[in-house]
Design a protein. Structure first.
Length: 134
């Protein structure tokens, strides 16, 4: 089965991602990876960069998420720093929103921190290879 067919079967992949170009840009790769993170799980900026074939580009992941078109409705709240912490400053609206969204999905957040051992998304290689159009 080609990756397009598989993407159509994955309910958590946003429809906006189906229109990615045949050779997606680095930002499009990141958006696709973030869209794959299941509810109740998290990933780090660095891991997303690695999965997208952009090792060492964790900060670029943050930039790509900020620049994502609103019609993608990406689950940006499922992305945290490498220590499992919400990257926004505490007591900011963005921090509160991310924490609230994660809690609503069943992720335990204590003082802005999530246990990676319990909630980190660890896709197997087959999932990554077959589900991504690049």
């Amino acid at each position: 089965m080609d990756s397009t067919g598989l993407n159509e079967q994955l309910p958590h992949i946003d429809d906006g991602l189906q229109s990615l170009s045949p050779k997606p840009s680095p930002k499009e790769k990141i958006w696709h990876i973030v869209a794959m993170i299941p509810k109740g799980q998290i990933s780090s900026y660095g891991k997303i960069a690695d999965y997208a074939g952009l090792p060492g580009r964790a900060r670029f992941v943050s930039t790509a998420l900020k620049q994502a078109p609103s019609n993608l409705t990406l689950p940006w709240h499922r992305v945290v720093n490498s220590q499992g912490k919400i990257a926004f400053e505490k007591h900011t609206p963005a921090f509160r929103e991310q924490m609230q969204r994660l809690v609503m999905e069943g992720v335990l957040v204590k003082d802005g921190r999530i246990k990676l051992s319990q909630f980190e998304w660890k896709p197997d290689m087959a999932t990554l290879v077959l589900a991504m159009p690049f």
